[in-house]
Write a protein that binds this ligand. Sequence first.
Ligand code: NAP
Length: 304
Amino acid sequence: MDLDAVFHDAPAGAKLLGVIGHPLGHTLSPAMHMAAIKRLGLNAVYAKIEVKPDEWDDFLRQAKALPLHGFNVTLPYKEAIAKEARCRDASAYLGSVNTVLNNDGAWEGWSTDGPGFVKDIARCGIDLRDNRIVLLGAGGAARALLFTISFAALNPRKVTLFDTSLPKTQALIDDLKAVWKNPGVPADHKKGVFDVESAGDQERLKEAVRGCDVLINATPAGLKPSDTPAIDFSWLHKNLTVYDLIYHRETELMRAARDIGARAFDGLGMLVSQGALSFEKWFRTVPPADVMLAAAKAGLQNKS
Ligand code: NAP
């Protein structure tokens, strides 16, 4: 990994940005951000920066020396970068950052996944207030969503979590409750306290899905057509809204929900929204979301 080589043909004075992660084969971020940069006529370059685990320390050194103006962070570095940046939002409690801005030599960090979700559900007309939510998954994305639902005071009636790992699910709930109880966390960040539980077993998950208003899939189940679904589709009902974070295809879960007359949304809007929020941190301007969405869709088509 050589950042000088990555940006060797950048125009003079250009702001240098990128996405770091490993592996990065699938990322739509360079296409989305370059489309917005071009549309706004900004002097900036956003590149794909593959950082292998043994290159991490070298990346930190080069990124500061270059310097990078800002960057997105994806798997597996979202937690590691949180230790290097001053966390400015719910990322302080998540311990996970996906957006970094170099502010006169000091790195500032945000997690825009959760706010991107909040922005996109508003676009979809989904209001979580007083609703019963089932959140599938207890990994990085589910963690970001759960904390943001609290941080943004979306006030659901109840959130039921289910992940293949029960200890991981319980740990996520415990972490959220620890923030609520922490006297050091500003009251403003604890307005959104709600009933949160682990589904535990399949029987309780079935009851929770049958009784819920919004079902969110934050697991990788559905990335491939051959994946075993996270739930039994016979539990779905027509008054349900399904939001699947998977964004490159209509999953079997989405299709099953639509087939019985329920509403279903994919995660492409969330992907674009989290990217647009990162862009705002770097350029202090709102990017054209329609241009970013079109670039993301074109990127998906090129892959298929
Ligand atoms: P992650 O950290 O690997 O977490 C996924 C969690 O789901 C893991 O705890 C996993 O358990 C669990 N899981 C896997 N299959 C399951 C099943 N059938 N039932 C219940 N739990 C299951 O991944 P992530 O970063 O949170 O991402 C999750 C999904 O969201 C991915 O598909 C990702 O592409 C998508 N995503 C979308 C956006 C967007 O902007 N639209 C943003 C972030 C993520 P194990 O570890 O035991 O497998």
